[in-house]
Design a protein around this ligand. Sequence first.
Ligand code: 9Z3
Length: 320
Amino acid sequence: MALKASTRAMEEWEEYFAQNPAPPGHSHHCGDMEAFCQRHVGHHPIALVTSGGTTVPLERNTVRFVDNFSAGTRGAASTEYFLQQGYAVIFIHATSPSLPSCVTSTPGSYWRPCRRGRAACCSSHHNTLARCIPSGVSTSRSRLGRLLWLTFTSLSDYLWLLRSATQCLQRLAPKALLYLAAAVSDFYIPQDEISEHKIQSESGPLTVRLQLVPKMLRPLVSVWGPELYVVSFKLETDEKKLIEKATAALRKYKHDLVIGNLLQTRRDEVTLVTERESSLLRLTEHQKAERIEIERLIVEEVCSRHRPERGHAIPLAKLC
Ligand code: 9Z3
């Protein structure tokens, strides 16, 4: 019997990956993630933490780009608290092209102090200065051995890493979770519309038409990592929209938890939205005086809900 060729139309997210090639060094990053997961399987639960804002280039030889706001604090601080909770962490974070590169002749990675009394992680391997992470970070060997950090700049770099990391962690389910704190662009310029060279100002004011990025949470939950515990963040600036939008995201993508936050108050309070309830997590005045970070409360809450030692219950909706 002759095999019938597949006539299935490509999903939008598949087209995105077909049109936007993997960034240089991607297979190397995949190898790092595979090795990291192999090392920790059976010993530690693993969290993937994404952090920082993606950029969308306006030119292929990029001089200008559109950025998503994020200082990277949520992801960096949360990483530290996941480590404290005994998780191994793949920390995927934005690197700013404006930061100086951190070149060291010493192989491997190390910690060193940087601005604002915080500590920065540097890696000769990735040759970049990473985002700051909270002071008090342990330099103990065991903790560093539980951290793998990889960097991205553009939206496309981020999505390639996200997909590969999710597929890698799926093999460790239910002992792995995704904690998606990166601020990811909803808009981009497709490859066939992007200017090759620097856009010239002689032609007058610039009009840019950005297309919608396919919603990647959909394949992430249903195809790449169906058995993973998935936490996404919803960022709004209008208080009236927050819960409604967070609930809508949860219903649409059928993952485990949406953490809603307002740009203005994100350091002090967040709302946890699940299928069953929504609950406010807010720092008390006493906690603020004690300099307790909201990320500590968030991560403790996420870990108690994930409960990797028992395996989290997969919502029925995910299995349908
Ligand atoms: C967040 O909401 C993060 O909590 C923040 C953290 C970016 C506000 P900072 O880095 O701030 O500490 O300065 N991330 C937003 C994730 C995101 O882009 N979500 C999408 C959306 O809101 C849906 S997946 O539409």
